[in-house]
Design a protein around this ligand. Structure first.
Ligand code: BGC
Length: 255
């Protein structure tokens, strides 16, 4: 198994891409720490699925926009499984609003949950990795929108652009400790964040036409790449981004 005995913390691990990462990592032998805010029952049922499949997972109540709670997640990994090997900064939200109609409150919320959480989660994980003395891995679930504009979703794009530079800069800073940081940039994925698009046949038609592979990704297709990156088979990758987008960023009407 690719992740035998490794301890992996996944923020936002109880739904969407995060849930798929939890299940895929557990299937490869990892021990999981999953947070919840509003819905402990979703985390509990996911833990049960992991355990029924022979894996190990624990839950913790955590607000990922709080630095203290992120430290608590890392500590939970250490208390439950003895160490931390991988942090996946996955939690994310979007407002689907543009510059002219994004409120200060919404802007701060998106930046706190998407970017501040990745920043302070990385800080907490890096301190633990340095204490363990054996390096470590931080994976940020970013987006194609870390570099590709999505008009009408501007706070999200700003947060993902910040995560792009977080990984570049902290990846350089942490190299001397053997700590690697890699962004995973999905395109359109069939998760709750895209529910409103998926329920609108007209929008789906336009979206699928823009994707060279002609369809959204399944969460598992992102999780499989995360497992590969967390295995020993990607040991020379750091301070960079892996894009998994069905070609959407290169799409062209050819006219
Ligand atoms: C966003 C989605 C969008 C997709 C492709 C994702 O990061 O969350 O709303 O459909 O990128 O543009």
């Amino acid at each position: 198994m690719l992740l035998e005995g490794k301890t992996v913390v996944v923020t936002g691990g109880n739904s969407g891409i995060g849930e798929a990462i939890v299940l895929a990592a557990a299937a490869e032998g990892a021990n999981l720490v999953i947070d919840y805010v509003a819905h402990p029952e979703e985390t509990e049922s996911l833990i049960k699925r992991v355990e029924d499949a022979g894996g190990r997972a624990v839950g913790i109540e955590a607000d990922v926009s709080s630095s203290g709670d992120l430290h608590a997640m890392v500590q939970k990994a250490v208390d439950s499984f003895g160490r931390l090997d991988v942090l996946v900064n996955n939690a994310g939200i979007e407002t689907r609003t543009g510059l002219l109609d994004t409120s200060e409150e919404d802007f701060e919320k998106v930046l706190a949950i998407n970017m501040k959480s990745a920043f302070f989660g990385s800080q907490a994980a890096a301190k633990q990795f340095i204490a363990q003395g054996e390096g470590g891995l931080i994976l940020n679930i970013s987006s194609v929108h870390e570099e590709w504009p999505m008009p009408g979703n501007i706070a999200y794009c700003v947060s993902k652009g910040g995560i792009r530079m977080l990984t570049r800069t902290a990846g350089v800073e942490l190299g001397e400790h053997g700590i690697r940081m890699v962004n995973v940039a999905p395109g359109a994925v069939s998760t709750p964040i895209n529910a409103s698009t998926e329920s609108d046949p007209e929008k789906m038609k336009r979206l699928e036409a823009a994707i060279p592979l002609g369809r959204m990704a399944e969460p598992r297709e992102i999780a499989d790449v995360v497992v590969f990156l967390a295995s020993g088979k990607a040991a020379y990758m750091t301070a960079t981004t892996v894009t998994i987008d069905g070609g959407i960023m290169q799409g062209s009407v050819g006219l």
